[in-house]
Design a protein around this ligand. Sequence first.
Ligand SMILES: [Zn+2]
Ligand SMILES: [Zn+2]
Length: 137
Amino acid sequence: MTIHGSCVCGAVRYAIDGDGFEFQYCFCSRCRKKSGSSYAANLFVYTNQLSWVQGEEKVRRYELPTAKYWATCFCEDCGSAMPWLSRTGKAWIVPAGGLDEAPEIRPRKGIFFGSKAEWYTHADALALFEEYPPREK
Ligand SMILES: [Zn+2]
Ligand SMILES: [Zn+2]
Protein backbone atom coordinates (compact mmCIF):
# COMPACT_ATOMS: atom_id res chain seq x y z
CA MET A 1 0.00 0.00 0.00
CA THR A 2 1.26 3.43 -0.93
CA ILE A 3 -0.53 6.58 0.10
CA HIS A 4 0.23 10.05 -1.12
CA GLY A 5 0.11 13.54 0.27
CA SER A 6 0.47 17.04 -1.13
CA CYS A 7 0.19 20.71 -0.29
CA VAL A 8 -2.72 22.88 -1.33
CA CYS A 9 -0.80 24.55 -4.21
CA GLY A 10 0.43 21.19 -5.50
CA ALA A 11 4.14 22.11 -5.59
CA VAL A 12 5.08 19.49 -2.99
CA ARG A 13 4.13 15.82 -3.16
CA TYR A 14 5.21 12.87 -1.07
CA ALA A 15 4.54 9.15 -0.84
CA ILE A 16 4.28 6.81 2.14
CA ASP A 17 4.92 3.09 1.79
CA GLY A 18 2.81 1.05 4.16
CA ASP A 19 0.73 2.18 7.08
CA GLY A 20 1.38 4.47 10.00
CA PHE A 21 2.39 3.09 13.38
CA GLU A 22 0.53 5.79 15.31
CA PHE A 23 -2.22 8.27 14.61
CA GLN A 24 -3.04 10.86 17.20
CA TYR A 25 -4.49 14.30 17.74
CA CYS A 26 -2.47 16.88 19.59
CA PHE A 27 -4.37 19.64 21.37
CA CYS A 28 -1.30 21.52 22.62
CA SER A 29 -1.06 25.28 22.16
CA ARG A 30 1.80 24.98 19.67
CA CYS A 31 -0.13 22.62 17.43
CA ARG A 32 -3.19 24.85 17.70
CA LYS A 33 -1.21 27.89 16.60
CA LYS A 34 0.58 26.02 13.85
CA SER A 35 -2.60 24.48 12.43
CA GLY A 36 -4.88 27.41 13.15
CA SER A 37 -7.35 24.81 14.35
CA SER A 38 -8.42 23.06 17.54
CA TYR A 39 -5.85 20.28 17.19
CA ALA A 40 -3.26 18.75 14.88
CA ALA A 41 -4.05 15.29 13.43
CA ASN A 42 -0.71 13.54 13.05
CA LEU A 43 0.15 10.24 11.41
CA PHE A 44 3.48 8.71 12.43
CA VAL A 45 5.52 6.64 9.99
CA TYR A 46 9.04 5.23 10.16
CA THR A 47 11.87 7.15 8.52
CA ASN A 48 12.28 4.78 5.58
CA GLN A 49 8.56 4.84 4.69
CA LEU A 50 8.38 8.40 3.39
CA SER A 51 9.83 9.80 0.19
CA TRP A 52 9.40 13.14 -1.51
CA VAL A 53 7.91 12.87 -4.99
CA GLN A 54 8.35 16.51 -5.97
CA GLY A 55 9.05 19.94 -4.52
CA GLU A 56 11.21 18.90 -1.55
CA GLU A 57 13.22 22.12 -2.04
CA LYS A 58 10.07 24.11 -1.23
CA VAL A 59 9.72 22.50 2.20
CA ARG A 60 10.81 24.81 5.02
CA ARG A 61 11.46 23.63 8.56
CA TYR A 62 11.02 25.53 11.79
CA GLU A 63 12.31 24.23 15.11
CA LEU A 64 11.14 26.02 18.21
CA PRO A 65 14.34 26.62 20.23
CA THR A 66 12.63 26.14 23.58
CA ALA A 67 10.87 22.90 22.62
CA LYS A 68 12.38 19.48 23.10
CA TYR A 69 10.47 17.64 20.37
CA TRP A 70 8.24 20.08 18.56
CA ALA A 71 9.04 21.26 15.04
CA THR A 72 7.08 21.95 11.89
CA CYS A 73 7.52 21.92 8.14
CA PHE A 74 5.51 23.77 5.54
CA CYS A 75 5.39 24.58 1.84
CA GLU A 76 7.11 27.93 1.31
CA ASP A 77 4.63 28.88 -1.41
CA CYS A 78 1.26 28.04 0.16
CA GLY A 79 2.06 27.41 3.83
CA SER A 80 0.48 23.95 3.95
CA ALA A 81 1.66 21.69 6.75
CA MET A 82 4.20 19.17 5.51
CA PRO A 83 5.71 16.02 7.03
CA TRP A 84 8.59 16.72 9.37
CA LEU A 85 11.31 14.42 10.56
CA SER A 86 11.33 13.97 14.33
CA ARG A 87 14.30 15.49 16.09
CA THR A 88 15.41 11.97 17.00
CA GLY A 89 15.38 11.12 13.28
CA LYS A 90 13.34 7.98 13.96
CA ALA A 91 9.98 8.94 12.49
CA TRP A 92 8.15 11.29 10.19
CA ILE A 93 5.24 13.17 11.68
CA VAL A 94 2.75 13.56 8.86
CA PRO A 95 -0.05 16.15 9.20
CA ALA A 96 -2.90 13.86 8.21
CA GLY A 97 -4.97 16.61 6.59
CA GLY A 98 -2.38 16.69 3.80
CA LEU A 99 -3.01 13.09 2.78
CA ASP A 100 -4.74 12.42 -0.53
CA GLU A 101 -5.63 8.84 0.39
CA ALA A 102 -6.59 7.34 3.74
CA PRO A 103 -4.22 5.19 5.76
CA GLU A 104 -5.59 1.98 7.29
CA ILE A 105 -4.85 3.15 10.81
CA ARG A 106 -7.37 5.45 12.50
CA PRO A 107 -6.76 8.09 15.16
CA ARG A 108 -6.69 6.40 18.54
CA LYS A 109 -5.58 8.96 21.03
CA GLY A 110 -5.53 12.64 21.77
CA ILE A 111 -2.62 14.15 23.67
CA PHE A 112 -2.34 17.40 25.61
CA PHE A 113 -6.14 17.39 25.90
CA GLY A 114 -5.62 19.39 29.07
CA SER A 115 -4.35 22.23 26.85
CA LYS A 116 -7.33 22.23 24.50
CA ALA A 117 -8.83 25.57 23.50
CA GLU A 118 -11.59 26.78 25.80
CA TRP A 119 -13.88 26.97 22.78
CA TYR A 120 -13.17 23.41 21.64
CA THR A 121 -16.40 21.62 20.70
CA HIS A 122 -16.56 18.02 19.50
CA ALA A 123 -17.87 17.79 15.92
CA ASP A 124 -20.71 15.50 17.10
CA ALA A 125 -22.13 18.49 18.97
CA LEU A 126 -22.23 20.71 15.86
CA ALA A 127 -24.91 21.18 13.21
CA LEU A 128 -23.25 19.35 10.33
CA PHE A 129 -23.80 19.93 6.60
CA GLU A 130 -22.40 17.86 3.75
CA GLU A 131 -21.31 21.09 2.05
CA TYR A 132 -22.25 24.74 2.59
CA PRO A 133 -25.18 25.23 4.94
CA PRO A 134 -28.45 26.48 3.40
CA ARG A 135 -28.44 30.27 2.95
CA GLU A 136 -29.98 32.15 5.81
CA LYS A 137 -32.42 34.85 4.70
ZN1 LIG B 1 2.35 24.45 -1.65
ZN1 LIG C 1 1.11 19.50 19.87
